[in-house]
Design a protein around this ligand. Sequence first.
Ligand code: SF4
Length: 168
Amino acid sequence: MNNTDQLWTKVINQVRDWARQNSIWAVHFNSGSCNGCDIEILATLTPRYDVERFGIKLQGSPRHADVLIVTGPVTRQARERLIRTYEQMPEPKFVISVGSCSISGGVFEGCYNCVGSVDDVIPVDVYIPGCPPRPEAIIDGIVQLLTELKGGKARKQQRPVIAEEIPA
Ligand code: SF4
């Protein structure tokens, strides 16, 4: 790689870091949830909670997403698609595990068609507990990730963030 290429790569990385610290685009993946967590994620995206004020936007393609939001335990059928979706995302990428089932298997733990929790399959950066977690808890988890990003602390191999469970 020559000097021009190195400079270009550096500029691209700086622009990308700036964009990610100020606005994260998320892709949502249901790996086997009962849809309870998914309904709360949809509620989070409505004007009532207005997550776009934090720069958070739902994105259809994993190739354009910074954050993968996963709900539910991982079923045998969803496992390969979850890995493929994760691998399609550009670096640096982050994973938010939403709901008790995605964190530990929850009520589906030990079920014949489940392979386990999300972090049994892909690395997770933020855990948002609850069954299902309320929109406030989901927003709190995402904002904590944004805060860590702004501090330049959230990177792979570091301790994951565990969002506070907000009672109903
Ligand atoms: S945590 Fe609760 S709401 Fe979410 S997928 Fe599991 S059972 Fe459903």
